[in-house]
Design a protein around this ligand. Structure first.
Ligand SMILES: CC(C)(COP(=O)(O)OP(=O)(O)OC[C@H]1O[C@@H](n2cnc3c(N)ncnc32)[C@H](O)[C@@H]1OP(=O)(O)O)[C@@H](O)C(=O)NCCC(=O)NCCS
Length: 155
């Protein structure tokens, strides 16, 4: 039996209003168990210049990923900022944040944005300390009960 025709199929760029439906599809995807590995591989291929790691001896103890907005290269987002448990509160997060902001500045970025859970006190404090200010509170940003502060600073 031939597949039913799909009426009025349209291919268009993603918009914010697509968030819930696309998130549903993404979480049902075959790569769900490999989500972290997929992200690391993709960022390593797509954004190697703004994917930094902190190395202690031979061990990676932290990393950060920034991404420059495709159609607005003055804008960038920091997508990840992570320091390994046991190495936290020793200044590594500050060093990573300063390094990624420096790299983005060197690429003519003027504004850097980051989202953070209002409950994540260490991260909120770190970003405040490094000059980020709260631009807005995005309710349900990552789904129900997952509010995020959007914080910004000049690069
Ligand atoms: C947020 C994070 C990256 C900070 O890294 P870090 O290496 O511990 O940060 P630093 O040692 O450079 O600390 C910088 C500032 O952050 C704040 N901070 C760090 N750890 C803190 C803690 N446990 N409680 C409160 N504030 C803390 C402090 O203001 C600190 O400044 P201070 O040393 O003068 O007190 C780290 O806690 C982490 O990886 N958390 C889990 C992942 C995460 O939440 N990432 C952020 C997602 S948006």
């Amino acid at each position: 039996m031939p597949a039913p025709e799909t009426p009025e199929l349209l291919i268009r760029p993603y918009r914010d209003e697509d968030f819930s439906e696309v998130s549903g599809l993404e979480s049902a995807g075959v790569h769900e168990p490999y989500r972290s590995a997929v992200f690391v591989r993709q960022m390593g291929a797509l954004a190697p210049a703004t994917f930094l790691v902190a190395v202690s001896g031979t061990t990676v103890v932290g990393f950060t990923v920034g991404l420059i907005v495709q159609d607005d290269p003055g804008q960038a987002w920091i997508l990840r900022m992570m320091v390994k448990d046991g190495f936290r509160h020793r200044g590594i997060g500050t060093m990573l944040l300063r390094a990624i902001c420096g790299v983005l500045h060197g690429r003519s970025v003027t504004t850097i944005s980051i989202t953070v859970s209002p409950k994540n006190e260490p991260a909120v404090r770190l970003y405040h300390q490094e000059g980020f200010v709260q631009a807005s509170l995005a309710r349900g940003y990552f789904g129900e009960s997952e509010d995020r502060f959007v914080m910004k600073r000049t690069a």
